[in-house]
Write a protein that binds this ligand. Structure first.
Ligand SMILES: Cc1ncc(COP(=O)(O)O)c(C=O)c1O
Length: 412
């Protein structure tokens, strides 16, 4: 099966060489540099095929069996398959697979459970909360009264004592647990207990760990949260998109919050691709993959710590690592630039102690490529070599190109 069917068929190249060159350029970039952005992965050719399929042409407002458009009998089956697979994968009473993105899923969760002006307790943005957890630049901060909890400045772990005390004093209507930068498992049972104590809804934003949950390598928030929001494109390795999981008692509210409240027509090609990804995630191969993602991240974190990086929380339970590169001579922003010039692509992030920016990286993509612990140790050493000035950018780029050449994301 072709990775980019239109390109292999030469249709795009003939019709629009400018765009064909851009697509091939991005494929070349992904095939010659190291993708260490914690939120990224390589979808399978089967997922790409579904995305590039004629389902992209279909309008389908509404839900299977109750659409506003004609001709939905086949895409209805695709959506039912996606929903059934998501429910089975995560043990959920109900799944909504229409959310266009992780942010859309969070918006829909708020729409299902809250009224504008309600108080919501969530991880503060400087500590790893997402934009949708109360940023003034986002609908969340503008429409709701967000109260932020933090992380312990020393350990970098969620300050659970503060969560309980803020919940008792501020009496939020909902508590959000989930983060863009938390490398450790979240104690969902604790959050459930606090939510019950103060009569709040619990929303788990599991955008990052949901793929590990699918593979049995991280705790499942579904039994604890009223609504779980997630992305389908991170460790889960599906198309870019979102989903919501909940019990059957909230099914109608969640569905109506997605359509018609926050979205219009469902993107049926993406929903079909989600179904493909859920199918893949239910296999023993994906379980092995999820555990390897974590094993790789642990070795990468240990390697970075041994090289002098200050690794937040001292390590990781997941695919995600955050670290302060300052002892190696660069803050996060400068280090990201130097590493990018050396062919290693990753992000900056805030650090719990707040003195400087740090680095955020993850192992979902490199593990999909087939890399293991040995390669992770080499990557940690190469990152340190570049930042300490022992390896110049050109040599590092060559080393990266050689490494990635042995683990091409889309061989051939
Ligand atoms: C915790 C969390 N929530 C929500 C999102 C939003 O997802 P999207 O970028 O698909 O809108 C992200 C994305 O990184 C995330 O990490």
């Amino acid at each position: 099966m072709s990775v980019i069917p239109v390109l292999e068929a030469d249709v795009l190249r003939r019709q629009d060489p400018e765009l064909a060159e851009i697509l091939l350029g991005e494929l070349a970039r992904q095939s010659t540099t190291l993708q260490l952005v914690a939120a990224e992965n390589f979808t399978s050719p089967a997922v790409l095929a579904a995305l590039g399929s004629p389902l992209a042409n279909k309008y389908a407002e509404g839900y299977p069996g109750a659409r506003h458009h004609g001709g939905c009998e086949i895409v209805d089956v695709a959506e039912r398959v996606a929903v059934d697979r998501a429910k089975a994968l995560f043990g959920a009473g109900h799944a909504n697979v229409q959310a266009h993105s992780g942010s859309s899923a969070v918006l829909a969760a708020y729409a299902a459970l809250l009224r504008p002006g309600d108080t919501v307790l969530a991880l503060g943005l400087p500590y790893g909360g997402h934009l949708t957890h109360g940023s003034p630049a986002n609908f969340s901060g503008r429409w709701f009264d967000f109260v932020g909890y933090g992380v312990d400045a020393e350990t970098g772990l969620i300050d659970y004592v503060q969560v309980r005390s803020l919940a008792r004093t501020r009496r939020p209507k909902a508590i959000v647990c989930g983060s863009i930068a938390c490398p450790r498992h979240i104690d969902y049972a604790f959050f459930r207990e606090v939510a019950d104590e103060v009569g709040a809804y619990l929303i788990a934003d599991a955008a990052h760990p949901i793929g590990l949950v699918a593979g049995g390598a991280a705790p499942n928030p579904v039994p604890y949260a009223d609504v779980v929001c997630a992305t389908t494109h991170k460790v889960l390795r599906g198309p870019r998109g979102g989903m919501l999981l909940c019990g059957s008692e909230l099914a109608e509210r969640v569905d109506r919050a997605v359509f018609p409240f926050t979205q219009g027509g469902a993107q049926m090609h993406t929903i079909a691709a989600k179904a493909v990804a859920f199918g893949e995630a239910a296999t023993p191969a994906f379980t092995a993959y999820a555990h390897q993602v974590v094993a790789n991240a642990r070795v990468l974190a240990a390697g970075l710590a041994a090289e002098g990086f200050v690794v937040t929380t001292g390590g990781t339970d997941t695919h995600l690592i955050t670290a302060d590169p300052l002892p190696l001579g660069a803050d996060g922003r400068a280090a990201r630039g130097q590493l990018a010039a050396a062919g290693m692509v990753l992000d900056c992030c805030a650090l719990p102690h707040g003195d400087s920016r740090g680095l955020r990286l993850g192992t979902a993509a490199v593990t999909t490529q087939g890399m293991g612990e040995g390669e992770m140790a080499g990557i940690a050493a190469l990152m340190a070599g570049v930042l300490r000035g022992r390896v110049d950018a050109r040599r590092a780029r060559d080393e990266v190109r050689d490494l990635v050449g042995g683990f091409l994301p889309y061989p051939g």
